[in-house]
Design a protein around this ligand. Sequence first.
Ligand code: XLS
Ligand code: NI
Ligand code: NI
Length: 447
Amino acid sequence: MSTTPFIGAREYFPGIGRIAFEGRDSDNPLAFKVYDADKRIGDKTMAEHLRFAVCYWHSFCGAGHDPFGPGTRAYPWDAGDGKPLQKAEAKLDAAFEFFTKLGVPYWCFHDIDLSPDDDDIGTYESNLKHMVALAKARQSDTGLRLLWGTANLFSHPRYMNGASTNPDFAVVARAAVQVKAALEATVELGGGNYVFWGGREGYATLHNTDMKRELAHMARFLTMARDHGRSIGFKGNFLIEPKPMEPMKHQYDFDSATVAGFLKDHGLEKDFKLNIEANHATLSGHSFEHDLQVASDHGLLGSIDANRGNPQNGWDTDQFPVDLYDTVGAMLVVLRQGGLAPGGLNFDAKVRRESTDPADLFMAHIGGMDAFARGLEVAHALLTASPWEQWRRDRYASFDGGDGKAFEEGGLDLAALRALAGKAGEPAQVSGRQEQYENLLNQYLLR
Ligand code: XLS
Ligand code: NI
Ligand code: NI
């Protein structure tokens, strides 16, 4: 990757250079303490395991607005009275300067983060084509790659009742404009994945909603997107990003289990996988680790939106991940399934509204990258150098041979089980030893 400090016409993050690894003894807020891209962990480098991506929307579009007030950050790329396309070009320069200085290998975007939206379809399409050509040049200048692209089918008022699940066919068709264009943009930029987060695919009240019909429409629409993607040479994964609520009261892609069932119902499980976001998992009443594990067990864990919620708040706060228990838990799932590629860890996270310096954006990502790098180190050590896996295997040892094995293989019926229980008498108690695992995890975290 190039070490050019900035690549556009001007520097947007002056005074900040390429972020270096300085190790745990450094107090420099603008340095990595754990993430050392080329350090080998097992058979891969940290960079290859973690596949970090920066998201365009929170980092270069969202200026800190909330329902009670406007943005608090004045972005230089948005300043002045330039035309929307000029501002989009400036934003692209700022974004690639940031990616390069931070040293991440990947980025992600929605169509209308990257390029100006327009109600006129031709203008929308030509804006996106223009920006994609520029982004492609930036990618080749810097070595950055696209983790995934997506279409924003939730901000424009036309999507207030949903996109592919909208009760009005005209809106469903209009949504296809964006998905087709965003998919083509993703292919043009060599993206490894294409994401569907079902923004307003859900309902506000069942009183006016034919849920069954809406879900059938969603499946039809996703099938058409799959077919179009494959026809234009897209070889990567389509990803569904589950979320249980917000903005809708109920969202159809509720959690991993719901989406796995939906994909299998509609024959989409070969082309689609899941993009699991930490804060969405916790909103659905699960832990981050739980939804990752469910996805992985279905063979459907494709990628991760790395962030965290706030235990006191019931909404998507999209904070940067800093909790080491979360990152160890996530990396245990990822390592056990042999990695995330072609997916990665995308920071779908935003700095707080009160964090108004450009340096805050760097520190936020540095913290998230260090937290996942440490999660990787600890999870790898637990899996390869500690008794953790053996303990877990031993817990199921009664199924490794004899009658237990015959049960697993379907060689027994219910009457046979009854007879075996009659011979064996009351089973001895076996401790679950949760505390033993918790202590081991802490011991490795502290090493
Ligand atoms: C919103 C989602 C969104 C998706 C991309 O809650 O996380 O940012 O990742 O549309
Ligand atoms: Ni989210
Ligand atoms: Ni997300």
